[in-house]
Write a protein that binds this ligand. Structure first.
Ligand SMILES: [Zn+2]
Length: 379
């Protein structure tokens, strides 16, 4: 996710923190400092860090449960509304998705139990005034865990409850429609939350609403992409007309190619047409700025993942994700590069598919001749 950076690695998962989480930390600390002084500021920052630890544990509830079904989690991103554990793939069975989704809130309830054992008190005061520092630290932390469990069980994307709903709906409706519905409820919920926030002048609520909205939209997009990518062979989405660079080219030559074409990343091919690596626009700019335009492309390029012709587009996407690569090369049986897939043409194939399904959903009488449904814009 953009605007996030890694802070630690636990059990094969990278824990990343989103910039907005740090902003929230700074904002709470400063507002407490100006209102109540240093002690209050330290208390509230420590408290937020404890909340942060509970969120991480919640995410590890998902991560470790997913691992039981053989699903790895390359990273977890911490946002002000909670964490997002990115699963390497969606669980095959709806029942597995339900168990993985519920594991997070269950962790918060377990933390609550532990805090109660350590003497946390749940009075009506602590339940109603969470920002009031008068009740004890662990009392407030107990309340936060109740909140985290309840908030995450709301049946709307991107909350865990939304995943449970999606999994349950996917049994009769299929995953794509189920995701649309859960994401739609998520966006409706976000509007409601935003409205309440604006009416009550609560900026945090508005902030959460924006995040919920964006995350719900992203989730719906991701699922439609994966559903589509599972059906398509990689050849259907790859770029086949491209400029390549020879292994003895310099970055200056690459820069000329960048300007005269719309291409942003250039494959470096040897005499036999075998791929050595890709030179991206960013790497080009960086090389010119640091080692100069005469830098050989071989030292500025990066290796990229590859797939064989005939493999699914989804395989290509997974390799791109796993390597955080901007492109994936498509190789034929002799390891010669026949094309490549980049973010741009994935976006295009999604747009075309969306347009095609809109056309397909129109009443048949409105469809005019020329293009028959199903052939449409695809190759
Ligand atoms: Zn969760």
């Amino acid at each position: 996710m953009a605007w996030s950076f890694p802070i630690l690695r636990v059990a094969g998962s990278e824990v990343r923190i989103h910039l907005t989480f740090l902003l929230l930390l700074a904002w709470i600390g400063l507002s407490q400092y100006f209102a109540y002084g240093t002690a209050a500021a330290v208390d509230s920052v420590l408290f937020l860090l404890a909340v942060f630890a509970c969120v991480v544990l919640h995410e590890f509830g998902h991560v470790l449960t997913a691992r039981r079904y053989g699903i790895t989690t390359p990273d977890i991103t911490l946002l002000p509304i909670g964490g997002l554990a990115r699963l390497s793939r969606l669980p095959d069975k709806p029942s597995e998705e339900i168990v993985i989704a519920l594991a997070g809130p269950v962790v918060n309830l377990a933390i609550l139990l532990v805090l109660l054992l350590f003497g946390a008190q749940l009075s009506t005061e602590t339940l109603t005034a969470i920002e009031n520092p008068a009740p004890g630290f662990i009392d407030r932390l107990a309340v936060v865990n109740i909140f985290l469990a309840v908030f995450n069980l709301i049946p709307a994307f991107p909350m865990d409850g939304g995943r449970v709903l999606r999994a349950a709906l996917s049994i009769p409706l299929g995953r794509q429609r189920a995701t649309r519905i859960a994401a739609g409820i998520g966006q409706g919920f976000a509007f409601l939350l935003g409205f309440l926030g604006l009416m009550s002048g609560n900026a945090i609520l508005v902030f959460i609403a924006i995040f919920v909205y964006l995350a719900a939209a992203a989730e719906a997009g991701q699922v439609s992409l994966m559903e589509l990518a599972n059906r398509l062979p990689v050849e259907r989405a790859m770029v086949v007309r491209f400029e390549s660079l020879p292994t003895d080219a310099t970055v200056r030559v690459a820069a000329d190619a960048l300007l005269r074409s719309a291409q942003r990343e250039f494959p470096i091919l040897d005499g036999a047409g075998r791929l050595r690596g890709f030179l991206t626009r960013d790497a080009m700019v960086q090389a010119i700025g640091t080692t100069g335009p005469d830098t050989p492309v071989l030292s500025a390029m990066r290796p990229v993942p590859s797939v064989q012709t005939g493999e699914r587009l989804s395989t290509a996407l997974r390799r791109m994700e796993a390597d955080r690569s901007p492109v994936v090369a498509v190789l034929d049986g002799d390891s010669r590069m026949v094309g490549y897939v980049c973010h741009e043409n994935i976006g295009e194939i999604l747009m075309l598919n969306e347009a095609e399904s809109q056309y397909g959903n129109r009443p048949k009488t409105q469809q005019s001749g020329g293009v028959s449904a199903g052939s449409g814009p695809s190759r």
